[in-house]
Each structure stands twice: as structure tokens, then as C-alpha cells.
Design a protein around this ligand. Structure first.
Ligand code: ZN
Length: 471
């Protein structure tokens, strides 16, 4: 039997607008429940929605960036369904004509992923399930937070075009980066700013398999794991001659397995009809011009990063992390040596930041500048540079620290004298070396580095040490 993985994605992205999709409630400060609400987003009868202009501009920017067909006229529709977090009884979204169709996300691997449609809509409120406060003993109670109700979303839908879990994951990572470089969404999955549903099936000998849906995957790691798990589950079932049933699944990060949420009987009929309270969305030249404000590009960043690092994996890591990339880019513009930058920005700093639980946003650029300058001028060694980064991360002024601890290289340091002192003080080691034990060099070098506080170049010192031992 021949098996083929097939998956399509449905992604909801929260746009970075200052206000909600159809009212003027702010989209910031959502953490205190029900403080960012008004009659419109609470769904009171008789209220009227107004389209958020900035959300439309952001959608146009995304459409342009991904080479989509932008519909000059589209409509908002009502998608009717009942749920406690939707007091209006319908969600305002876009129906058969979305604002953008047939776009393409070019991956860093060179492959183009087609996107079927992207449309604007409003988010629903948030249900918070808590154990009972006592009135209904033993029962669960559901609290509703309407802060999220009406927050602008763009929904991005692909056909089943993904051929492996890795490819689907790569798409989400690079879409996320694309949104961030454009500046239209922070796209943080852990904060629900980018939410991912996946349709997955397995073809057997070219014949279409049963499709299941996995809801609310909230990290790229979960996407990869859930898809791999489902692929294996389908393959095993088909090998045993069993069927897969159409159902909606949830993924459990702890067990790495999916579980049934509901079995689908038939597709829901949402009775879409045009929203009578909103005019058609007609795009103007002015809106297109304003969309040029959002113009950063992940692929451009990737190609720059590739020219700096010469390694695909490093370039991807750097470009996927916009803050890290921007830092590298601003230092590269100042003409610092790429080797020094690669070491500092790709190796030393990520380790230090994860150790002290800080983010790229916390990094003080002026300190990095000084440390790089000292290194470039040959005044400090890589080891000292790393030490100074640590000091900066701990909140100390690295320059002051370097001076106080005499870590700057001094022209007048007599390295030959220090080596000869070390050799005199360690006659046993010298004896061993003369008898052919080359390993003691490491020990002797360590002694020299200690005396010089690491301010001399280890390779040159090692060469000199060997030369003096052989004299
Ligand atoms: Zn509101």
C-alpha cells in the first residue's frame, strides 16, 4: 500500500489595530475581563457596526505582500450560529467573496504555497470554564469575557496542499514571520494571536482518505506533533483494514495524542447572508497607498541573513526571530565583522538570554556596540567579550567592569615573561612534556590564561608556549 499525507490549514490571525473590528473599543489591555466592551461588541439589539479602516488597510497590505487577487468590492456576511460567547447569534465575517483570493506564500525553501482565500471577520468572546463557586454544588460554571469579542481577525485558508507535517509547520512559521515583518500582527501563538486548525487525511494508493479536523493547535511544535501522530494513526488503521471516521479532534500536548471533540454528522449550515447593517466594502486608491506603510518582508530578511551567515539553518533562525534579526542588521550596518556578529548574535547572546530569562527586546544596543568595537580593535579576546556580555545581562556596565578587572589587553603585557614564569613554577609538567606527554600543554596554557585574565589570544599564546617548551 502507498500512503500519502495531505493537509490543509485554516489560520486565524489577530490584526494589530488599535480598536476592534466594528466598534471603537481598544484592543489593548484585554487582561482585566469585560473592561473593553460597549453595546456594539456586547451584541445589543439596535446597535450598528462600523468597519475598521485600518483592518482593511492591513488586509490589503497582506494581499499585496502575498501577491493575492484583491477584490475591489467584497461584502460582510452574517454567519449564524448559537453559542454563549456570541450573544448576537451570528458572527460578522465575509462570505463567498472575500477581500483576498488566490495568494501565494513563497517559502524560504523556494517552494510556493497557494493560499485560497483571506477574509476579515470579528472574534467571538472568550468562555472561561471554572469549577463551581458553590451555588450549583459540584458543577462547572462558565464565565464570559467579552474583551475579545469583536477583535479584528484575518482568516487565512489553504486547500489541502501540504505534503508533510514538516511542510505545514514551515508554512505556519514563515507566515508568522511574514505578518511580523509586515507589522500587521504580533502573531504570538501562545497568546492566541495566531490560531491554527488543520484538516488532515491520508491517501491510500492514490485514493482520497477520510478527512479529520484538529482544532486550536497553539504552537508550531504541536502542529508538527499532531500531524505526525494523525498520519501514523491513519496509516495503522488502513493497514489493519479499518476505517477512519470523520471527526473533530483536539491535541493534547502532554500525551502527544489527539482525542475526539465531536463526531461530525453533516456540515453545519450557517445560513450566510449579507450583513444588512454594513455597506459593501469598496476599496479605493487611497487605501492601497496607505497599505504601503506595511512593507517589511521575511524573505528579504532571510536572504540578507543568508548573505551574512552563509548557512541556511542560521539564516532561518535569524530571520524567523525579527527582534534578533533587527539587532544583527543594525550592527551589520555599522560595518562590524560578520564573524564577530555571528558569534555574538547567533551563539553567545541566545544562550545568555535563555539563561537569564530575558528577551531580545531587553538587550542594550550601546553595550553591544562597545563590546564589538573593543573586539574589533583587538583590545579584548572572544572569551572576555563573552564575559562582558554576561555582565551586561546581569545589569552591570560591561565597560566599567572591564576596566576595574583589568580585562583590556595592554600593549605592554610581557607574554614571554609570563610563560617563562609559568614554566618555572611547573617543572613537573615541563618534565612530562619533554617525555612526550603533549596533553600537559592544555594545563600550562590554562595557567598562562589565568595570569593574564584571558586577555591574550589563546591560539597565539599556545603557539608561543609550544615554541618555548621546545627551545
Ligand atoms: Zn466595543
Amino acid at each position: 500500500m502507498n500512503f500519502k499525507f495531505v493537509a490543509g490549514l485554516e489560520i486565524h490571525v489577530q490584526l494589530n489595530t488599535k480598536t476592534k473590528m466594528f466598534c471603537s473599543c481598544p484592543t489593548e489591555g484585554l487582561d482585566v475581563p469585560n473592561t473593553r466592551v460597549c453595546p456594539v461588541c456586547l451584541g445589543y439589539p439596535g446597535t450598528l457596526p462600523v468597519i475598521n479602516r485600518e483592518a482593511v488597510i492591513m488586509a490589503i497590505a497582506l494581499g499585496k505582500a502575498l501577491n493575492g487577487h484583491i477584490n475591489m468590492i467584497s461584502r460582510f456576511h452574517r454567519k449564524n450560529y448559537f453559542y454563549p460567547d456570541l450573544p448576537k447569534g451570528y458572527q460578522i465575517t465575509q462570505g463567498d467573496v472575500p477581500i483576498i483570493e488566490n495568494a501565494v506564500l513563497p517559502l524560504s525553501t523556494g517552494k510556493n504555497i497557494p493560499i485560497k482565500r483571506m477574509h476579515l471577520e470579528e472574534d467571538a468572546a472568550k468562555s472561561v470554564h471554572v469549577s463551581s463557586s458553590g451555588r450549583l454544588a459540584g458543577a462547572q460554571e462558565t464565565l464570559l469575557d467579552f474583551n475579545r469579542s469583536g477583535v479584528p481577525l484575518i482568516e487565512i485558508v489553504t486547500d489541502p496542499v501540504f505534503e508533510s507535517p514538516e511542510e505545514a509547520t514551515l508554512f505556519v512559521e514563515e507566515l508568522q514571520a511574514t505578518l511580523r515583518y509586515l507589522g500587521i500582527s504580533n502573531a504570538q501563538m501562545e497568546l492566541g494571536q495566531l490560531r491554527c486548525d488543520v484538516n488532515v487525511s491520508v491517501e491510500v494508493d492514490g485514493k482520497e482518505g477520510t478527512r479529520v479536523e484538529i482544532k486550536n493547535l497553539n504552537s508550531t511544535r504541536s502542529i508538527r506533533q499532531a500531524l505526525t501522530y494523525e498520519y501514523n494513526r491513519h496509516v495503522e488503521a488502513y493497514k489493519r483494514g479499518e476505517n477512519i471516521i470523520t471527526e473533530t479532534l483536539a491535541f493534547d500536548e502532554k500525551t502527544g495524542k489527539t482525542r475526539t471533540m465531536r463526531t461530525k454528522q453533516s456540515s453545519a449550515d450557517y445560513r450566510y447572508f449579507p450583513e444588512p447593517d454594513l455597506p459593501p466594502l469598496i476599496l479605493t486608491e487611497e487605501l492601497f497607498e496607505e497599505a504601503n506603510r506595511y512593507n517589511g518582508s521575511f524573505l528579504d530578511a532571510y536572504h540578507n541573513a543568508l548573505s551574512w551567515t552563509n548557512k541556511e539553518a542560521d539564516a532561518r533562525t535569524l530571520a524567523l526571530n525579527k527582534d534578533q534579526y533587527m539587532l544583527y542588521s543594525s550592527l551589520a550596518e555599522k560595518g562590524f565583522d560578520k564573524k564577530l556578529l555571528n558569534r555574538m548574535i547567533l551563539i553567545d547572546l541566545p544562550n545568555i538570554l535563555s539563561e537569564v530569562a530575558k528577551t531580545w527586546g531587553d538587550v542594550d544596543k550601546t553595550f553591544l556596540n562597545s563590546i564589538l568595537q573593543l573586539q574589533q580593535d583587538g583590545k579584548i579576546t572572544p572569551a572576555v567579550a563573552k564575559d562582558l556580555l554576561w555582565q551586561a545581562a546581569r545589569g552591570n556596565d560591561p565597560m566599567k567592569y572591564a576596566e576595574e578587572h583589568e580585562l583590556l589587553k595592554h600593549e605592554n603585557i610581557d607574554i614571554k615573561q609570563i610563560i617563562s614564569d609559568v614554566l618555572q613554577q611547573n617543572p613537573d609538567a615541563v618534565e612530562k612534556y619533554k617525555k612526550g606527554n603533549a596533553n600537559v600543554i592544555g594545563f600550562l596554557l590554562g595557567q598562562v590564561m589565568k595570569k593574564t585574565k584571558g586577555t591574550v589570544d589563546p591560539n597565539q599564546t599556545r603557539a608561543l608556549l609550544e615554541q618555548m617548551l621546545n627551545e
